[in-house]
Design a protein around this ligand. Structure first.
Ligand code: DX5
Ligand code: ZN
Length: 224
């Protein structure tokens, strides 16, 4: 069992957008640590979701950090917009940045914490020189673009590699897992070294409601 409490970041991609504000408040009241917001451009991933407007709306009701996950090509041109919309963390994909060091630097320059996300095919070693600049590493445990997909079990090896890299760096860097996280997979990810779990479907589409989804995840993470 890991000695640190795993953070839970509900992903609003799975939320009911006819009452998004209430859903965010319910997730917060149930103990969410951050709100995960998936931005997709239909080019980097085969789906289009939401933009700065939704971040601004969530920021009006949020009392916890906004973890904005940019699944867009050339994110550099949108960093300021998302920072000004209320993002606390801005994560960009290694695969989408020709100049990742500069992009991470720019995120920090805007006063946000920088996250770096890795698609399933991208090795941990791709982080190279930027690992120690990041506040959070997002290990995609599904191929990005949609909620409700199955957890890719082989990603546990990458989580473990990153956990060792982070320990060696001596830096305080969160390892976030993103995709297919539910009561059976959160413990696997936690044991492998993940410290933040993103979950959409199993929280916002839980048959007993958001609080029950959160409680189930929290209990499964602590059971280890
Ligand atoms: C997928 C997104 C994930 C997704 C998680 O591209 O990055 O954050 O919303 O959804 P679930 O928990 O349903 O897999
Ligand atoms: Zn995400």
């Amino acid at each position: 069992m890991r000695d640190t409490r795993m953070k839970i970041a509900p992903s609003i991609l799975a939320a009911d957008f006819t009452c998004l504000g209430e859903q965010v408040q319910e997730a917060q009241a149930a103990g969410a640590d951050m709100i995960h917001i998936d931005i997709m451009d239909g080019r980097f991933v085969p789906n289009i979701t939401m933009g700065p407007l939704v971040v601004e709306a969530v920021a009006r009701v949020a009392t916890i950090p906004l973890d904005v996950h940019l699944m867009i090509v050339e994110p550099g041109g949108f960093l300021r917009r998302f920072a000004e919309s209320g993002a606390d963390i801005i994560s960009v994909h290694v695969e989408a940045c020709a100049h990742l060091h500069r992009t991470v630097d720019e995120i920090q320059g805007l006063g946000c914490r920088a996250g770096v996300a890795l698609n399933p095919h991208t090795p941990a070693s791709a982080l190279g020189e930027v690992l120690e600049m990041a506040s959070i590493v997002n290990v995609m445990t599904v191929n990005p673009g949609f909620g409700g997909q199955a957890f890719i079990q082989s990603m546990t090896r990458k989580i473990g590699q990153l956990s060792r890299m982070v320990k060696q760096s001596g830096e305080d860097i969160e390892i976030e897992v993103d995709g297919g996280i539910h009561r059976d997979t959160i413990a696997i990810a936690n044991r492998a070294g993940a410290t933040v779990a993103v979950a959409g479907t199993c929280i916002f589409q839980h048959e007993a409601g958001i609080a029950a989804g959160m409680a189930e995840l929290r209990e499964a993470a602590e059971r280890g």
